[in-house]
Ligand binder design. Structure first.
Ligand code: ZN
Length: 241
């Protein structure tokens, strides 16, 4: 069974968080100054740094779409529909496409993003850019938290298991009236995740990456790791004998 539309991008974000970054708390993100947040972002992978910091569409103007962004738009068309412009920060949908960029390109986007905010913070007391980046970090961490709940549904018994997502702008529903009827708008992220069968969202026991099990008996992210797992189990049973 192929992965549902958009899920691959969500898994990509979850897997871009280094394993040691899984314990970053809500307080570390929400209550931090820009210099703390800046340091925190730099502990994340390069792709994730670019995801949090890039604002290409903002600087180029919303009419601008590169070939990659256009490809993304086509892929997400069904989900995005007319909702995109209502999302709290629609740049993030395009930033998912940065995973196709080279390391040099990502580095330069990160540098531009950091320099822009360093500059903004001096002049703009509202710190709008910082709150935007903060929300993106929170989104990335909360996506991982949700994916982890899917891979380990037993974790949902814990009331705190989705606390990051509950704090995220993307968890908000927006009230609107369309054709004379109440029509709540939900974010693109919620549109992607709703209805996902959790039995196929798994965590690879070898590398701890999350993956979609295209075949229901897949236990690992790759055949290489499936072989490694079999070896590990074989050695264990050998010792037991
Ligand atoms: Zn793996």
């Amino acid at each position: 069974m192929p992965a549902p539309k958009g899920l691959e991008a969500v898994l990509y974000i979850s897997n871009a968080i280094p394993v040691e970054g899984r314990w970053i708390s809500r307080e570390q993100v929400m209550g931090s100054s820009w210099s703390d947040l800046r340091r925190l972002i730099q502990t994340l992978g390069l792709e994730l740094q670019a995801f949090c910091l890039n604002d290409g569409l903002e600087t180029k103007g919303k009419e601008y779409f590169s070939a990659a962004e256009e490809a993304l738009r086509v892929q997400f068309e069904e989900i995005i529909d007319k909702q995109l412009e209502l999302d709290p920060d629609w740049q993030i949908v395009f930033n998912l496409w940065l995973r196709g960029e080279t390391e040099a390109e990502l580095k330069s986007l990160v540098e531009i993003g950091l320099a822009r905010i360093d500059e903004e913070i001096k002049e703009d007391p509202s710190r709008w850019w910082v709150s935007k980046v903060r929300q993106r970090v929170l989104l990335a961490l909360s996506i991982r938290q949700l994916i982890d709940c899917m891979a380990h549904p037993e974790n949902l018994r814990d009331a705190n298991s989705t606390d990051l997502f509950d704090q995220s702008q993307w968890a908000w529903a927006r009230f609107r009236i369309k054709d004379g009827k109440v029509d709540f708008h939900l974010s693109v992220l919620i549109a992607i995740l709703e209805g996902i069968p959790v039995e196929r969202v798994r965590e690879c026991p070898i590398c701890l990456k999350y993956f979609w099990a295209g075949r229901i008996n897949m236990r690992c992210c790759s055949t290489r790791h499936a072989t490694a797992l079999r070896m590990r189990e074989y050695r264990k049973s050998d010792k037991a004998v």
